[in-house]
Design a binder for this molecule. Structure first.
Ligand code: NAD
Length: 495
């Protein structure tokens, strides 16, 4: 009998009011049911938002250093349960244990980094232009925040949003992805153990079209923080636009690694393999294009193909496995569709290109690491996000052409260049249109104390992580204190 999970609303575990549930299955073995989760509706969303609204009245007045202290406890508990959470996450979404441990570690790093910010939530003091007047700016909380998250970083992304939101004095309703509800449940259990007051954090499971959409439309939700696909992001942005809600969007990518002819090729190949096939290519920062100088294209491509064929595919709980399954049947169909599109467009399939269903893999959504070469920059496989283990290799003849190809997609999340030439490296840092640029490193590997996000269709200009995340979850208030005892008029008195 599958375990039955609940929503967490106003400090209590509750079934969906409809009583309906949905199944969560292991993508490495479809026969394994992880649990039944509430298929919630707008009614449950309303209860959660009302709880968060009520809790806001007291939470916003808790001093920020005290809110931070609670997050220290959360960080300690995440550390304590790290291995267990990682194993559950691998069962739930497939990526290998090394990566799920890294995912939890990102939550731990975020907890400690954000907790420290409780004593550093600085505003500014500045001279006023009039005598006997004091001027300062302070950050104020916004209210109820809806956090809508994807499945590929089931712990890291919710914590990236939730911890800064709480530190700033907001209350939250988390709507995790349908494919990873259990990891979200673990996070909430830890918050409860750390002593989070009732109503400050609420969890509502269910479909994006039901729960996510109801949250976005709810009049008492002041801010929506969304990570997911560009298509859903656009919809959310338009609803928020109509209602003048604050909205921050972290969307897709079509990230590329440039390999120049002077690069350390061994290092570049290693970086491309990790960037393209880590997390089965299902990272928003995954390397899905390799832009390689023609003088070294053959060497690099041959080495990549040889190494890709050695990647061990299987259940991520097996420590000897390099690459787990895709998340679900729809993802596998999408990748297969793009393989056909690539072939039709005239790209050459050099490796993989099919499902991997040998032996114990028959019951999962496994896919071969796939490499296309002879890819033209305008082909769909070089323009659209596939979100699977597919690398498209584009040959170029100069640094200028490399940057032009790099910048030719609608997205701008992560980027990388391998070169030994310091002048080229600096030109790349300046000219590549992306939120993140790595020099001699793969497109993945963000650290939590630097801003994270992208340009163009990857988002709407916000940056999570770093200190920039506080600009998402707080508003500025400017305060003037006039102790002159008379009416003073700025600008006008100064004439
Ligand atoms: P998705 O857009 O399908 O779903 C994301 C979340 O939105 C889920 O919780 C889903 O239930 C919810 N949702 C779906 N429809 C909704 C609606 N109409 N209204 C409100 N919520 C709705 O994305 P996904 O498949 O879960 O994740 C993969 C995508 O996420 C990729 O495009 C990837 O690049 C992107 N991503 C971006 C970042 C980043 O930081 N830029 C990080 C990770 C993933």
């Amino acid at each position: 009998m599958a375990e039955l999970y609940k929503n967490f609303i106003d400090g209590k575990w509750r079934a969906a009011t409809s009583g309906a549930t949905f199944e969560n299955r292991n993508p490495a073995n479809r026969d394994e049911v992880i649990g039944l989760f509430p298929a919630s509706t707008a009614e449950d969303v309303d209860a959660a938002v009302q709880a968060a609204k009520q809790a806001f009245a007291a939470w916003r007045l808790v001093p920020a250093p005290k809110r931070g202290e609670l997050l220290y406890r959360v960080g300690e508990l995440l550390r304590q349960y790290k291995e267990d959470i990682a194993r559950g996450m691998t069962r739930e979404m497939g990526k290998i244990l090394k990566e799920t441990r890294g995912d939890v570690q990102e939550g731990i790093d975020t907890a400690f980094y954000v907790a420290g910010e409780g004593r550093r939530l600085f505003g500014e003091t500045t001279p006023a232009e009039l005598p006997n007047k004091f001027a300062m700016s302070v950050r104020t909380p916004i209210g109820v925040c809806a956090l809508i998250t994807p499945w590929n970083f089931p712990m890291a992304i919710p914590t990236w949003k939730m911890f800064p939101a709480l530190l700033c004095g907001n209350t939250v309703v988390l709507k995790p992805a349908e494919d990873t509800p259990q990891t979200a449940q673990r996070l909430i259990e830890i918050l409860i153990e750390a002593g989070i007051p009732s109503g400050v954090v609420n969890l509502v499971h269910g479909r994006g079209e039901d729960v996510g959409a109801a949250l976005v439309r709810h009049p008492d939700v002041q801010l929506v923080s969304f990570t997911g696909s560009a298509a859903v992001g656009r919809e959310i942005a338009s609803v928020c636009g109509q209602n003048l809600k604050r909205v921050s969007l972290e969307l897709g990518g079509k990230n590329a690694q440039i390999v120049m002819e002077d690069a350390d090729l061994e290092l570049a190949v290693e970086g491309a393999l990790w960037g393209a096939f880590g997390t089965t290519g299902q990272r928003c920062t995954a390397t899905s294009r390799l832009i390689v100088h023609r003088d070294v294209a053959k060497t690099v491509t041959d080495a990549l193909v040889a190494r890709a064929q050695k990647i061990r595919i299987g259940d991520g709980l097996d420590e000897s496995v390099d690459m787990g399954p895709l998340i679900n049947a729809a993802a596998r169909e999408k990748v297969l569709r793009y393989i056909e599109i690539g072939k039709r467009e005239g790209a050459r399939l050099r490796s993989g290109g099919g499902v991997h269903d040998a032996g114990v893999c028959a019951k999962g959504y496994f896919f071969q690491p796939t490499i296309f070469d002879q890819v033209k920059p305008n082909m769909r496989i070089a323009q659209e996000e596939i979100f699977g283990p597919v690398l498209s290799i584009v040959e170029i003849q100069s640094f200028e052409e490399a940057v032009q190809v790099m910048n030719s997609t609608p997205y701008g999340l992560s980027s990388s260049i391998y070169t030994q030439d310091v002048a080229r490296a600096f030109r790349a840092m300046r000219d590549i249109e992306a939120g993140i640029t790595y020099i001699n490193g793969p497109t993945i590997g963000a650290e939590v104390h630097l801003p994270f996000g992208g340009v163009k269709d990857t988002g709407n200009g916000h940056r999570e992580a770093g200190t920039t995340v506080y600009d998402i979850f707080s508003e500025w208030k400017s305060i003037y204190v006039d102790y002159s005892g008379k009416l003073q008029k700025a600008q006008i008195d100064n004439n």
